[in-house]
Design a protein. Sequence first.
Length: 403
Amino acid sequence: MTQKITRQLYDQIMVPCYAPAPYIPVKGKGSRVWDQNGKEYIDFAAGIAVSALGHCHPDVVAALTEQANKIWHISNGLTSEPALLLAQKLINLTFAERVFFANSGAEANEAAFKLARRYAYDHFDAEKHQIISCYNSFHGRTLFTVTVGGQEKYQQGFAPLPGGIDYIHFNDIASLEAAVTDKTCAVVIEPVQGEGGVMPATKAFLEAARRLCNQHNALLIFDEVQTGVGRTGTFYTYMHYGIEPDVLTTAKGLGAGFPISAMLTKDKFAQSFSVGVHGTTYGGNPLACSVAEKVVELISQPGVLEGVAERHQWMKEGLERINQQYDLFDEVRGMGLLLGAVLKPAYQDRAKEFVTQGAKEGVILLVAGGSVLRFAPSLIIEKADIDEGLSRLAKVAEALAAH
Ligand SMILES: *Cc1c(COP(=O)(O)O)cnc(C)c1O
């Protein structure tokens, strides 16, 4: 007997930790998605800054299919050609000399935080274990990463939490200077806070973090899970600032829809993860690495990165036009194709209503906190799709402005 799959079924059988939209997407192509009833949506969310090449990019489908007919999984008792090819590509493109693969942003960060602790333990002493993070940051949902993340609401009810973690205010150099000491093993920063409201770091803040980490032998970790792989118009966002981290984590866009993440670092830090110290079953899986290798190859082409800057301009101008008409936003901020439109006080905490209304008008929207609309479309979204998505967004604005 075949069962009819409906959205109601979700409420009956799934752990209720999400509140998915009323429709179920069944097909995607480029920046357009269709639901079970054939209704079409413009995708301005890309699966939360993940589907960097849109849906079902033919070259990526080909890479996945080719590998699917060769070998899927072997564990880390063996290595694979796709893993080595991808690692080499990431090293060629970045500051990194060593790569560790995992499956999600949280796991890449977990590896980064463990590496920082272990490096301090190997070279200094066990007392040097403090991790400094920023309020309003987001680093994942495992117990360690959710504790490092500076948002109390995500930690509530999970105590006892891991210790040795302290918080400073993002872009506040004085509080960073006061916090970093010889007991610090790592400072972790998102170059643009994503979940925290699309807030770019100042260059001076990242420079201060670099200087203080050097001074106190602490690792500077950039969480580029959301900002990486071309999202902001350079391959990694640290390249905009010209400030290199010691460890960089990357996930969302890396597989462009296939789960994979990586921690990139220098050789001298990597040595603290000697055989048996850390690991994962799936990390470096050949299917995931084949996909990511193709994604990295496509996105690292200069044309694609230049295209991100151009699309930033189109999106930003379009949002400002809508704002002129409906008076919704205090500002439109962000870099590349990670944009945040900050709702005016009249729309305080109503960002989710835009998402809900967007579903009706046929545009997939995203929030970053209660009062910021976040835009993170495919890096190669067509101009026509941007225009159509913006005109649907204008209808959303019109519907909500009436109330
Ligand atoms: C999404 C995100 C994470 C967590 O990634 P998961 O794949 O959900 O574990 C960590 N850090 C940042 C900056 C993110 O945006």
